[in-house]
Design a protein around this ligand. Structure first.
Ligand code: HEM
Length: 189
């Protein structure tokens, strides 16, 4: 969520489009699960955020139980393999303008190669919580956009420097200012 808000505040045009989508498709009540199918742009924002800022940049290690071939390389049984999702998600041979935050790239839908986008891993041991995680992210980010006007502290762009241990942190913790939007007054009254 911290990365998602940071990306949105560095791209006010994207934040504006997300707000317009929520206002048009949800209106004067709080977002709920039945709205998700109508919120394509918000879903694209979540995906684009996971592409540039994957929670686990290095997918946890895997070990084949028998010899196999991966990408033309012979991999003996027992080899420990790390897949670098961060690097895959920014590979210029797979993504157009990979360093830019552009949720629109997830909107076209047609011909998207699932193997190049793996924030939840892939295959038999991929994350079983991906559906739950996506729902929680859409609900949380959607509510934060609906209920508050967000602003950066000072005029400067947010520093996106990363630090990776097992998961990927912001070096500078995010600080933002917010004001309640009218929908919040209505919800609380
Ligand atoms: C944004 C949120 C999340 C992200 C980015 C994420 C990402 C991942 C990744 C990359 C893996 C490793 C997949 C692999 O080895 O190929 C994993 C495994 C796993 N995740 Fe998640 N996860 C998230 C949320 C959740 C939630 C909400 C749950 C449970 C409710 C969950 C449960 C698990 C479990 C049990 C595994 C191990 C699966 C196995 O080894 O078979 N995760 N997750």
């Amino acid at each position: 969520m911290e990365w998602a808000l940071a990306n949105l505040l560095n791209h006010p045009d994207v934040l504006g489009k997300a707000k317009a989508e929520l206002d048009a498709r949800v209106g004067d009540r709080l977002i709920e699960e039945s709205d998700f199918a109508k919120l394509h742009y918000l879903q694209s924002i979540i995906s684009e955020n996971l592409r540039l800022c994957p929670v686990t940049p290095l997918i946890p290690p895997h070990m084949p139980s028998s010899d196999c071939t991966i990408g033309g390389y012979h991999v003996p049984a027992g080899t420990i393999i790390f897949v670098n999702a961060w690097s895959l998600h920014r590979d210029p041979s797979l993504w157009d303008d990979p360093e830019s935050f552009k949720p629109e790239r997830f909107e076209s839908g047609s011909g998207f190669d699932a193997c190049k986008f793996i924030p939840f891993g892939m295959g038999r041991r991929s994350c079983p919580g991906d559906g739950l995680a996506n729902r929680v992210m859409i609900l949380t980010l959607g509510s934060l956009i609906q209920c508050f006007e967000w602003e950066r502290v000072g005029g400067d762009k947010i520093d996106m420097a990363e630090k990776t241990v097992m998961t990927m942190f912001k070096v500078e913790p995010l600080e933002l200012m917010c004001r309640a939007r009218p929908v919040l007054d209505m919800l609380l009254s």
